[in-house]
Design a protein around this ligand. Structure first.
Ligand SMILES: O=P(O)(O)OC[C@H]1O[C@H](OP(=O)(O)OP(=O)(O)O)[C@H](O)[C@@H]1O
Ligand SMILES: O=c1cc[nH]c(=O)[nH]1
Ligand SMILES: [Mg+2]
Length: 213
């Protein structure tokens, strides 16, 4: 597993405002959207393209277009939905599949409550969207789900990751012969006793959409 922390002043600037507990929900949603587009720029460095020749107003020109099969973007509900628009702005031809997952706030175990994905993911480049990689349980389960469907090229975009979650993910995925890349705006310090990322930004889903319970 490869973890790529995007080191860019605009990313750091937007992330600082996201972390601020005074930032309201509309601003949080807008900044999430903007930040994802910056992270997606890095995450799609290896997106597959094919050669094309077009005619400019002046002469023929060789170029590229996004290749088939189309990339698949998978937001993990709920909070990952806040990252979808920013991602498909960069990959307009991508298809979108959905995974609904929830972490039990007492046991910290992740469970899946909804799934709408293509049956066969072999040969597809998959981009998973989830703002928070905390204990890593949610992302590990999501990636296993995609691999069971045949995915073998997976990149996850997370706003924030915790070192404990990255370690667990690397261990849990060690038996899957599938390269996984994590692209993130920051590797934070640690998890607290409630499984929240420190300093983190709080509950991403609640800050995007309001308190769920
Ligand atoms: O790495 P983990 O310890 O598994 O935690 C991370 C998960 O927790 C949050 O989702 P949550 O369960 O709060 O659902 P929500 O998106 O509906 O708020 C977050 O969006 C991740 O999916
Ligand atoms: O810090 C955290 C951990 C899990 N889920 C969140 O939304 N935030
Ligand atoms: Mg939540």
């Amino acid at each position: 597993m490869r973890t790529h922390v995007v080191d860019h002043p605009l990313v750091a600037h937007k992330l600082t405002t996201l972390r601020n507990k005074e930032t309201d929900s509309p601003t949080f949603r807008r900044l999430t959207d903007e930040l994802v587009t910056l992270l997606a720029y890095e995450a799609t460095r290896d997106v597959r393209v094919e050669d094309v020749t077009i005619s400019s107003p002046v002469s023929p020109a060789n170029g590229v277009k996004l290749a088939s099969p189309k990339p698949l973007v998978v937001p993990i509900l709920r909070a990952g939905l806040g990252m979808l628009d920013g991602m498909v702005r960069l990959l307009p031809t991508a298809e979108v599949g959905f995974l609904g997952m929830i972490r039990n706030e007492e046991t910290l175990e992740a469970s899946t409550y909804a799934e709408r994905l293509p049956e066969d993911l072999s040969g597809r480049q998959c981009y998973v969207l989830d703002p928070m990689l905390a204990t890593g349980g949610t992302l590990a389960a999501a990636i296993r789900f995609l691999v069971d469907r045949g995915a073998n090229d997976i990149t996850a975009i997370c706003l924030l990751v915790a070192p404990e979650g990255c370690e667990r993910l690397a261990e849990e995925l060690a038996d899957l012969d599938v390269p996984v890349t994590i692209v993130t705006a920051a590797m934070d310090e640690k998890l607290n006793e409630l499984g929240y990322i420190v300093p983190g930004l709080g509950d991403a889903g609640d800050r995007l959409y309001g308190v769920a319970h």
